[in-house]
Write a protein that binds this ligand. Sequence first.
Ligand code: HEC
Length: 177
Amino acid sequence: MNHCVITRSMNKIIKPQQIKTLFFLVSLSLSLNILVSCGDKTTEKKAQEKTEFKIRKKTEERPKTKIVPATIPQSENKLGRRVFLLCAACHNVVKGEAHKVGPNLNGFFGKKAGTKKGFVYSDALKDKGITWSEETLRAWLENPASYVPGTKMAFVGVKKKEQQDALIAYLKEVTKE
Ligand code: HEC
């Protein structure tokens, strides 16, 4: 009895016409859903392609930059080599290796300052007219900026005499041509 009442009232509420409309609405929302997710996929794909392109570009560029490991020659003079590590960020010493922030120091002892080919020195260093010897090098190491005002070498200096001696001996040894 109860059941009959419910079916009858259902029939009153949902007429066949309304079922059609309902069906139409459901299918519309479904197709919209599909459209939206398709759109998402294409933008996702595009973004992925972009990053892939970027990565490809990066790996293609990499071989062009030549990384030359610096050689910091071994020596019996352990202290000298250790002090030289302060200089090694800016200077190579081995013949044929590149200039860095500072010039390659190979063969500099006994030569005029500021004369290495392929390195752009400050006018200050070139005009000072230094010839590199133990004395001039010591003065330079003590305080580059006060020995040659206007130098490009941004380095505070090596103050301890013991370290200066060891470094000078090391440089003499490893910069020999
Ligand atoms: C921050 C980088 C930097 C550091 C560290 C550095 N130098 Fe230099 N060095 C330079 C630059 C730049 C020049 C060129 C200076 C100029 O043109 O005024 C130079 C020049 C020189 C020169 C003169 C070379 C020539 O051809 O006349 C010597 C010698 C030298 N440095 C030794 C040293 C030593 C030894 C140390 C470590 C105690 C050292 N430098 C640390 C950057 C550096």
